[in-house]
Design a protein around this ligand. Structure first.
Ligand code: PHE
Length: 416
């Protein structure tokens, strides 16, 4: 980029005194993990989209937004900590990386959609540990209804349908009142409408939790233990009443999402003043880590085939951990003896016996039978790798020599 400019996603932007976006972040902007075939985040997005199959599904909006859209338009106060340069990434004072998918609420509502999901990468400066990363992915979901008798009839019917569905499910819900003095309905809302909409929000998300976590083994110690979901009063500048949802997993309550009845100011700005509804935002990484048993958030960014090749499109599978340390392979070729059979499993047992857990895999890479002597020659490739340290080449050589002498002793092979 020219001096005084920074290049992001192929375009140049002027920098200023508050610019704090880093090359490491800029390099990751084009990755779009939530749209990569077979990536766990993409599969999870599809699962949520199929749960909300009659909603519009959006997933390709630019991460570059104005601070006005990210904060002011959603009623964030001037002194909200999220605005600080210590908390968010700024290209310059007029452009930043979105900190949440809620930034798009106004635009999507304005486009006329009344039920929609939006998936995107979001950016927050944060601490470094196994569950925090400066880039993560959110799904925003929203549904609005006509703010009149016909709209409320629609809500009531949907509530009846969802209540019926949940009554048959293996789920235990700890609820809080829809509206309280500390979690009030909005001044311009009929409290009865607000109650109905908050109930629709809760029923709809309880049924989503059942889709995501209702499989065996998540809720408790036994496969048929009920899924436990807990609702908590919360605060967001752009919803009231507001709630958080937690799910019980491995003895702990995990925060899954934020939600609430959309502030009328948002709908007014979007030119849909005559509507009323709810929105939620959930983080995909945390849920994917649970469902796939992925132990570290950095793995989502891995380009290692041992990570990527584990996953197939539209299936949730258990992550098989592999070593972070480099491997070292050694080949061995030999003539077998006709009178002493050597099965592949015999070969592998010799290797296991000598190398223990330092062997990662064994592959036969060649086999041929000499036409004249009728002897068979085999070549095996042994891949050595430790699960907890870097293995030196000398150490691998040492093990390989032991493997070879054991093969000679036990199976009388002739090394080539
Ligand atoms: N945007 C909020 C967050 O990132 C989540 C949220 C979305 C809350 C929609 C309420 C409604 O934490």
């Amino acid at each position: 980029a020219r001096p005084g400019f920074v290049e992001i996603l192929g375009a140049q932007y002027p920098t200023d005194s508050i610019t704090n976006i880093t090359p490491a972040i800029i390099a990751k902007l084009p990755m779009r993990l939530h749209a990569r075939p077979a990536h766990p985040l993409n599969t999870l997005r599809h699962l949520i989209e199929s749960h909300y199959s009659d909603f519009a599904h959006l997933s390709s909006l630019s991460p570059l937004v104005s601070p006005f859209k990210n904060f002011d338009e959603l009623s964030f106060p001037q002194d909200h900590p999220g605005r600080a340069v210590t908390d968010s990434y700024y290209v310059n004072r007029d452009l930043m990386l979105r900190t949440h998918t809620s930034v798009h609420e106004v635009d999507v509502f304005r486009s006329g959609k009344d039920r929609w999901l939006l998936t995107a990468d979001v950016y927050r400066r944060d601490e470094i540990d196994g569950s925090h990363y400066p880039i993560f992915h959110q799904v925003e979901g929203a549904r609005i209804f006509p703010a009149d008798v016909s709209g409320m009839k629609e809500v009531a019917e949907d509530n009846a349908r969802l209540r019926h569905l949940l009554a048959k499910a293996n789920i235990v819900i700890e609820d809080v009142p829809h509206i309280t003095a500390t979690n009030p309905s909005q001044p311009t809302h009929d409290p009865m409408y607000s109650e109905l909409v908050a109930e629709n929000l809760k029923l709809s998300l309880n049924s989503l939790m059942l889709t995501l976590f209702g499989g065996p083994g998540i809720g408790g110690a036994t496969p048929d233990a009920p899924l436990r979901v807990r609702w908590i009063e919360a605060y967001f500048p752009f919803t009231s009443p507001s709630f958080e949802v937690e799910v019980f997993f491995r003895g702990k309550w995990l925060e899954i999402l934020g939600s609430g009845v959309v502030r009328q100011a948002t709908l007014d700005t979007a030119n849909v003043s005559n509507k009323l509804g709810w929105a939620f935002g959930l983080g995909l990484e945390r849920i994917a880590m649970i469902l796939y048993s992925i132990p570290d958030i950095r793995l989502f960014w891995s380009t290692d085939e041992r990570f990527l090749s584990q996953f197939t499109d539209k299936a949730i599978t258990t992550f098989q951990p592999y070593s972070k340390y480099p491997s070292c392979f050694k080949d061995v070729s030999f003539w077998t003896r006709q009178d002493i059979p050597l099965h592949e499993n015999d070969f592998c047992d010799v290797v296991r016996d000598v190398a223990g857990d330092l062997v990662e895999d064994v592959k036969q890479i060649d086999s041929f039978c000499h036409p004249k002597t009728n002897r068979t020659s085999l070549c095996y490739r042994i891949n050595y790798r430790s699960m907890d340290r870097s293995l030196s080449n000398e150490e691998a050589n040492e093990i390989q020599l032991q493997v070879i002498s054991r093969l000679e002793e036990q199976f009388g092979v002739e090394i080539r």
